[in-house]
Design a protein around this ligand. Structure first.
Ligand SMILES: *[C@@H]1O[C@H](CO)[C@@H](O)[C@H](O)[C@H]1NC(C)=O
Ligand SMILES: *[C@@H]1O[C@H](CO)[C@@H](O)[C@H](O)[C@H]1NC(C)=O
Ligand SMILES: *[C@@H]1O[C@H](CO)[C@@H](O)[C@H](O)[C@H]1NC(C)=O
Length: 648
C-alpha cells in the first residue's frame, strides 16, 4: 500500500497539530499573562528590571512604557529598555508575558514579536511559581485592558499595574509529577531538556539526560549515561551513536539521551511480560530519525534472566503511531551474556528490554533421561571398541570395502557417544570457547555418523549393482569424514552457531541442564534444519529406496523364503537405529514420555546394537558355511547370505 505524498503531508500536518496541541498543554507551573496595552502614538519602549529571588512581579503600562519588574528569577538578572517599533499608527498593542520557572525563561511578546528577557541556563531546582494576583491600580486613559491569565480575563477595564506574588517550590519534582500523569510525559521531559539550553548532564528526579551537540565531522560517539544515585555505576546503560546520525544539511544538531528510571512515564508491556527497569530515550532536535544505515547501539545491564525467559529489545514509538505501544520491529536483540543485552536499533525513540516467558518446551524427567543416556552411551562406547577390534582382526590384510565402511561407522558412533558424555561436564566447567569447540566436535561426530550411514547405503548400492572393488577407499573416507568436516568448517566460519545450550527440566526451571551444542539462535536453528534434518532425510529416504532395490533383486532367488525374516529384521533395525540418533536431536515436542524414554535408550545403545547385529550376522554366516554341501542350491544360498551380510 503506497500512500500518495499529499495524504502523507496531510497526515504529517494533522500529527503535528495533534502533538503540538498536547505539547503546549498548560501546566500550573508556567505563567502566562496577556492583555491589550492601550498606549499613545508616540515612541514606546519595553522596560524591565529583573532580580533573583521569589517575591513578586509587577506588570505595568502607561502612555509610553510597558514595564516588567520583579524578583522571581533563579539566576537571571538584568534591567534595560528595549525600543519597540512605533511606526505603526495604532494606539494599542497585544502583549503577553511568559514565565517558565523550571527553565528560568521569561519572554515578553508584543504585537507578535517575542523578546526573551531571560534565557534558559539549565533546569532550576528551587523556583518561583504559583504566581497569584496581588495589588492592582486603576488607570485613567492609558494602561492594560482585558488582562488575562492563561486565557481567562481577570479585568476588562484599564489598569495601570498588575502585581503577582509567587511562592518557592521544587520545580523539578513538580515537573516530574506532572509528566508522570501525562500520556506523553517522556516527550514533555525531552522537550524541556532540549529547551534548557544546556550541554552535558541535565538532572531530574525522574530522568537523567545527556545533551550533546553533533558538530561537523561527527564520527560517532560512545556515551555512558549519567549515573543515578540509586544505581550502581556498572549497571548504567551505555549508548553508541553512529556517525550517520549527523545529517549533512545541518551544521549543528542537538541529541538528547535520557535515562529513565520512572516506569510510570511509560505504558506497561503486554500482560505476559515484564519491562526491565531501564528505559533509554533518544531524540534529535527537530528531527525524526528513522532508517539509520548504521544502527544505534544501546547496552543494558540487568540481573540474569531465568532460563525459561528471554529478553527482547522493544521501542516505544510515539511519533509514527497514535497508538503508543512497545514494538518489536526496528530493533535487533543481541545477547552479550547473562547480564548484558545490546539493542541495535535503526530509529530514535524510547528503548527498553521486555522480558517474556519463553514458551519453550520443558522436558519432564530430564534427570532420569540424562542418566539413561549416559549409561547407554558408556555401553555403546565399550561395544564400539569391541566391534572395532573384531573388524580389524577378522579382516586383517584383506582389502575389504564392507569392513572399511563398518569401521568408519563404528568410529563415528564412538566419538558421538564420547562427546555426548563429555558435553554436559564441559558445559559446566569450561569457558565459552571450549564449549564452542566441544559443540562443533559433537556436531561433527553426529554428521559423520549420518554420513557413514549414507556410505553404508551407497556401498549396498554398489553391491546390488555388482560394481565390485572399483571404488577406491578414499571415496568413502571423503564422504564419511571429509564432508562433515567441510560442513562444520562452514558453520564455524559463519560464527555464532555453537555454544552453550540449555535444556530446561519442567521439574525445576531454575536449574537447566547445560550442554555444548548448537545455540538457541535463529541462525543455528536454520543450520540445524538445513544440515541435520536435511542429511537425516537423505539417509532415511535413500536407505528405504535401497531396501526396496535389494528386496527386488534377491526375492526371486530360491532361498529367499528361508532367510527373508532375518534379512528384513536386520535391515529394519538398521534403519530404525540409524534414524533414532538424529531424532534425538530433533525437537522433543509432541513425543510422549514413554517414547522419549525409548528414544533415549535406543539412541544411546546404538553402538551396542551395531555390535549385536554384526555378531548375529557372523553367526548366520558361519552356520551356513558349515551346513553347505557344495550343491547348487547350497552355493546359491551361501552367495545370497554373503550378499545379505554385505548389504547390512
Ligand atoms: C511610565 O512608566 C515608566 C516606568 O514605570 C516611567 O519611568 C515613566 O516615567 C512613565 N511615563 C509617564 C509618562 O508617566
Ligand atoms: C513567543 O514565545 C512563547 C513562549 O515560548 C510562544 O508560545 C509563542 O508562540 C512565541 N511567539 C512567537 C511569535 O514566536
Ligand atoms: C532447583 O535448582 C536450584 C539450583 O540447582 C536449587 O537451588 C533448588 O533448590 C531447586 N529447586 C527444587 C524445587 O528442586
Amino acid at each position: 500500500m503506497k500512500q500518495n505524498p499529499k495524504t502523507v503531508r496531510m497526515w504529517m500536518i494533522i500529527c503535528f497539530l495533534f502533538s503540538s496541541g498536547l505539547a503546549t498543554l498548560e501546566n500550573d507551573r508556567d505563567f502566562k499573562m496577556c492583555g491589550i496595552w492601550r498606549h499613545g502614538n508616540s515612541s514606546r519602549n519595553l522596560k524591565y528590571d529583573l532580580r533573583t529571588g521569589c517575591e513578586k512581579i509587577e506588570i505595568s503600562a502607561n502612555e509610553s512604557t510597558l514595564s516588567i519588574r520583579g524578583r522571581i528569577t533563579a539566576k537571571c538578572t538584568g534591567s534595560s529598555s528595549i525600543d519597540l517599533d512605533s511606526n505603526a499608527p495604532q494606539n494599542q498593542s497585544h502583549f503577553c508575558v511568559f514565565w517558565e520557572p523550571l527553565l528560568d525563561l521569561l519572554i515578553v511578546e508584543v504585537n507578535g514579536k517575542n523578546h526573551t528577557l531571560c534565557e534558559p541556563k539549565g533546569l532550576q531546582g528551587s523556583c518561583c511559581t504559583d504566581l497569584s494576583q496581588g495589588d492592582q491600580k486603576n488607570a485613567s486613559v492609558f494602561g492594560i485592558v482585558k488582562g488575562s491569565i492563561r486565557g481567562d480575563i481577570i479585568r476588562d477595564d484599564a489598569m495601570e499595574i498588575y502585581t503577582f506574588a509567587g511562592g518557592s517550590i521544587n520545580c523539578k519534582e513538580k515537573f516530574c509529577d506532572e509528566a508522570s500523569q501525562k500520556s506523553r510525559g517522556a516527550n514533555m521531559i525531552e522537550e524541556v531538556v532540549m529547551k534548557s539550553g544546556t550541554r552535558g548532564h541535565v538532572d531530574l528526579p525522574c530522568a537523567q539526560s545527556t545533551v550533546i551537540e553533533m558538530e561537523e565531522g561527527f564520527k560517532g560517539l560512545n556515551l555512558t549515561l549519567p549515573a543515578y544515585p540509586s544505581v550502581a555505576p556498572n549497571m548504567i546503560p551505555s549508548v553508541y551513536l553512529p556517525s550517520c546520525l549527523k545529517s549533512a544539511t545541518k551544521i549543528k544538531s542537538k541529541v538528547v539521551c535520557t535515562y529513565y528510571k520512572e516506569q510510570k512515564l511509560f505504558q506497561r508491556g503486554p500482560s505476559d511480560s515484564i519491562l526491565l527497569d531501564d528505559i533509554v530515550g533518544l531524540s534529535v532536535e527537530n528531527e525524526i530519525i528513522e532508517n539509520l544505515s548504521e544502527p544505534v547501539r544501546i547496552r543494558f545491564h540487568h540481573i540474569p534472566l531465568p532460563a525459561n525467559c528471554s529478553g527482547r529489545c522493544v521501542s516505544w514509538d510515539t511519533r509514527r503511531d497514535k497508538k503508543m505501544i512497545w514494538r518489536n520491529d526496528g530493533c535487533n536483540t543481541l545477547k552479550i551474556n547473562e547480564r548484558e543485552t545490546e539493542c541495535h536499533c535503526d530509529h530514535f525513540t524510547y528503548f527498553a528490554i521486555l522480558v517474556q516467558v519463553e514458551h519453550k518446551a520443558t522436558v519432564r524427567h530430564l534427570e532420569a533421561l540424562t542418566f539413561i543416556t549416559a549409561v547407554g552411551c558408556a555401553v555403546s562406547l565399550v561395544s564400539c571398541l569391541v566391534l572395532f577390534y573384531w573388524l580389524c582382526k577378522l579382516r586383517k590384510g584383506k582389502k575389504n570395502q564392507t569392513s572399511l565402511v563398518h569401521r568408519g561407522l563404528v568410529v563415528a558412533i564412538f566419538f558421538l557417544c564420547l562427546f555426548f558424555i563429555l558435553t554436559g561436564t564441559i558445559a559446566n566447567v569450561g569457558n565459552s570457547t571450549v564449549c564452542m569447540i566441544t559443540g562443533s566436535l559433537l556436531h561433527y561426530s553426529l554428521l559423520s555418523t549420518l554420513c557413514w550411514m549414507a556410505m553404508e547405503v551407497f556401498h549396498t548400492f554398489l553391491l546390488v549393482r555388482k560394481v565390485f572393488s572399483s571404488t577406491p577407499p578414499w571415496v568413502f573416507y571423503l564422504g564419511g569424514f571429509g564432508l562433515p568436516a567441510l560442513l562444520v568448517g562452514i558453520l564455524l566460519s559463519i560464527g555464532d552457531i555453537y555454544g552453550e545450550k540449555k535444556i530446561v527440566p519442567s521439574e525445576n526451571i531454575t536449574s537447566p541442564y547445560r550442554m555444548c551444542w548448537m545455540l538457541d539462535s535463529d541462525k543455528s536453528r536454520l543450520a540445524h534444519y538445513i544440515i541435520n534434518v536435511g542429511l537425516l532425510a537423505v539417509v532415511v529416504s535413500s536407505g528405504t529406496v535401497m531396501l526396496f532395490l535389494v528386496v527386488k533383486e534377491i526375492r526371486n532367488r530360491p532361498d529367499w523364503k528361508k532367510i527373508h525374516v532375518a534379512f528384513l529384521s536386520i535391515w529394519g533395525l538398521t534403519c530404525l537405529f540409524g534414524t533414532t540418533w538424529g531424532l534425538g536431536f530433533l525437537d522433543f515436542g509432541p513425543l510422549s514420555e514413554a517414547t522419549l524414554f525409548l528414544f533415549c535408550i535406543i539412541n544411546s545403545l546404538q553402538g551396542f546394537f551395531l555390535m549385536l547385529r554384526y555378531y548375529s550376522l557372523e553367526r548366520i554366516k558361519k552356520k551356513d558355511d558349515s551346513s553347505s554341501d557344495g550343491s547348487s542350491s547350497g552355493s546359491s544360498k551361501q552367495h545370497m547370505l554373503q550378499h545379505t551380510h554385505e548389504n547390512s
